[in-house]
Every structure is written in structure tokens, then in C-alpha cells.
Design a protein around this ligand. Structure first.
Ligand code: PMP
Length: 368
């Protein structure tokens, strides 16, 4: 036997575990990782090249450690789109919202502390908790994947977690969480501990409803986390950010690595923000495609979970993984998130969605 991970003195909680990640398979239609299917428009590509060229001239120097220009522009974007005034002091940025979440757990979680999420939800919350030595508590959901408020409040009161994750719209189900529910969870979390409530809004631009950003007013323990990976079509950029009380922004700086955001990342994100209007135009197209996927899946006889995101959870299947394989055999990669009976498809271009719909219609025909 060759030398492997288990022969190394790795931490006990990492033993026997696998790294997170969807299969990156080379198939014609990839609708499995909630990416935006539209490549960045050419004028933006040119602007990125320009800004990166400028940044390259100073790569002998460390980048702006506080990413002031970028955070200022992100604050403007948030203010413009939510109607709630936020500024530089309210905003923090990192390499993807995964890193934002990691920094939050390093700051507010850690050994001897716990975090709770209402599952099924974004599994990285639990995995980052593990990576930061934070205990993980799996909270409940209703059958229809909405949050069971009474059960959630009870779980918070009993476990007194240090961090509460609320993902809206939720991944992988697409379920939006109403503001009243978030407010009730916030109150429950404050009564129990007090603890931090992290509202993960990675998909909020695709929602029928509004961002919960205005709720940070007067609630210093509420954090809204966002990303440029989805609506901005820039998953490859790795840029996530948060909005919260300035004290939260001060606190996460205790754990961030110095110069964590490269000058290239900052330059690229700034260029993308200059093209916000065009990029949000694609979001409108994707929302229409998401709604088309929902109605076509229902018309074909599948069950669908109401979606506010750029993906749709559909089922139900006795053996979801077998169906995942059958769809893959037809050249379309969707996601099996391990939710029994359900699969998830990301809204792609109209042509990609047609290919997916053809595949699932064929499957239905073969079954009947
Ligand atoms: N939150 C949720 C709910 C997600 O689904 C994802 C990505 N799939 C992320 C955060 C992380 O995204 P990123 O690190 O690319 O910003």
C-alpha cells in the first residue's frame, strides 16, 4: 500500500473525509454547479485586460490590504440595488463567499463553539465549520423545504449555537426565506446566546423578492453574505463579500490573512462592477429561463420545489442517483446533492435548457 492521508498525523475530524466538489465532467451540457452560462461580454473582457495591465505594473508591491476602492464600489452596488444605504465601513470582501464564511466562522465559531444550519442547505457551511473546529448542528426543515420556524426556534433555544446560517434563496432547494422568519430566528438567536446570524444571499439577484440587507440596520449580529460568482457571472474570479455593522468588518480583520485579496482580483472585480447593468440584464434572462424550467418540468409530470434561485430542484425519484446517471447518459450533467428523491438543475442558456428538457421528457416517456 502506498503512503496516504491516513498515514499522516492529520486532525481526527478530517480522517476518512473527502474534499467537497461536484464532478467536473467533460459533457456537452453542464448544468450542475449553479454557474452563470453566459461568458462575460467582450467590452468587459477588454476592460478587465486594461485594469489588470495597470495592476500588473505594480505587482512588485502588495495589494491594497483593505481593498478600499473595491469595497466602496460594492457598497454602492448594494445601496443601488437594495435601497438601503451602506458604505465602505459596512462591507468586507474575500476570495469567494466561501472565504467570507470561513472568516466569519474563524471569528465567531471555533473550538468549543457551534454553528447551526437548516438542512438540506449549502453543505459547505457544515464543512467550513468542521475545518474551523466549529461544532455543526443540523437543524430541521419542513417536508416542502421551507424552514419549520417553531422547530428551528426550539433547536436554537436548546443548542444555543454561536452562529446561525440562513440561506435565502436556499441551495439546493431554491427556497426563499421570508423576512419575518429571518427576524424571528434572529430574535431566537439573541435570546439564546447572543449569536451571529449569517444570511447567505449567494443567489439573491435571482429572487422574486428583495434582499434582506436592510435588516442589518440596528442588528449588529446580522451579516448578509453575497458573491460575484452567480449574478455577475464571475465564478472564476473568486470574489465574495459581506454587509454588516462596521464592528463585524473590524472583527473579521482579526482573522483575515494580510493581503488576502490579490491586486489582480481587485482589478478584475472593479472592472466587472463597471458593467453591472449589462450583467444584471443576463440575470433577467436567467430568471425567465428558470421559470420556464419550472413550468416545463411540471408539465412533463415532475415535481418541482418553488425556486427563487438560478436552479431548480426536481423529482421525485425512487433512486435519484440512477436518474442523474440516465440524464448524464443523454449528455446533460445535473447535480445529485444527496437529497433523497431529488435532483437539481442549473438554469443555462435556452439551448442548454432545451437539451435538458428533451432528456427528462424522454425519460418520462420511457417510464410510462
Ligand atoms: N453560498 C451558497 C449558498 C452557494 O451555493 C455557494 C456556491 N455554490 C457559495 C455560497 C459560495 O460561492 P463562492 O465561494 O463562489 O462565492
Amino acid at each position: 500500500m502506498s503512503f496516504g492521508i491516513d498515514d499522516l498525523p492529520v486532525r481526527d475530524e478530517l480522517r476518512g473525509k473527502s474534499p467537497y466538489g461536484a464532478p467536473q465532467l467533460d459533457v456537452p451540457v453542464r448544468l450542475n454547479t449553479n454557474e452563470n452560462p453566459y461568458p462575460l461580454p467582450e467590452p468587459l473582457v477588454e476592460r478587465i485586460a486594461e485594469r489588470v495591465r495597470e495592476a500588473a505594473r505594480n505587482l512588485n508591491r502588495y495589494p491594497d490590504r483593505d481593498a478600499v476602492e473595491l469595497r466602496t464600489r460594492l457598497a454602492e452596488y448594494l445601496t443601488d440595488t437594495s435601497g438601503h444605504q451602506v458604505g465602505l465601513a459596512n462591507v468586507w470582501a474575500a476570495n469567494g463567499s466561501n472565504e467570507v464564511i470561513q472568516q466569519l466562522l474563524q471569528t465567531f465559531g471555533g473550538p468549543g463553539r457551534t454553528a447551526i444550519g437548516f438542512e438540506p442547505s449549502y453543505s459547505m457551511h457544515g464543512l467550513i465549520a468542521r475545518g474551523t473546529g466549529t461544532g455543526w448542528i443540523s437543524g430541521p426543515r419542513n417536508e416542502d423545504f421551507t424552514i419549520d420556524l417553531a422547530a428551528a426556534e426550539k433547536a436554537i433555544a436548546e443548542n444555543r449555537p454561536d452562529v446561525v446560517f440562513v440561506t435565502t434563496p436556499n441551495n439546493p432547494t431554491g427556497t426563499a426565506v421570508p423576512p419575518e422568519t429571518v427576524l424571528a430566528l434572529y430574535e431566537a438567536a439573541q435570546a439564546a446566546k447572543p449569536s451571529m446570524v449569517v444570511v447567505d444571499e449567494a443567489y439573491i439577484e435571482f429572487s422574486h423578492g428583495d434582499s434582506l440587507l436592510p435588516l442589518i440596520e440596528g442588528r449588529p449580529n446580522l451579516v448578509v453574505s453575497r458573491t460575484m460568482s452567480k449574478a455577475f457571472g464571475a465564478a472564476g474570479l473568486r470574489l465574495g463579500y459581506l454587509a454588516a455593522h462596521p464592528a463585524v468588518v473590524d472583527a473579521v480583520q482579526l482573522v483575515r490573512l494580510p493581503y488576502h485579496l490579490s491586486a489582480i482580483t481587485q482589478a478584475t472585480a472593479l472592472a466587472a462592477l463597471e458593467h453591472t447593468k449589462t450583467l444584471l440584464g443576463y440575470v433577467e434572462q436567467l430568471k425567465a429561463e428558470r421559470d420556464r424550467l419550472v413550468s416545463e418540468l411540471l408539465a412533463t409530470g415532475y415535481e418541482v420545489t418553488a425556486s427563487d434561485a438560478n436552479f431548480v430542484q426536481f423529482g421525485r425519484f425512487d433512486d435519484a442517483h440512477a436518474v442523474w446517471q440516465q440524464i448524464l447518459d443523454r449528455g446533460v450533467l445535473v447535480r445529485d446533492n444527496g437529497v433523497p428523491g431529488w435532483l437539481r438543475v442549473t438554469a443555462g442558456t435556452p439551448e442548454e435548457n432545451d437539451a435538458f428538457l428533451d432528456a427528462v421528457r424522454q425519460l418520462k416517456k420511457e417510464q410510462s
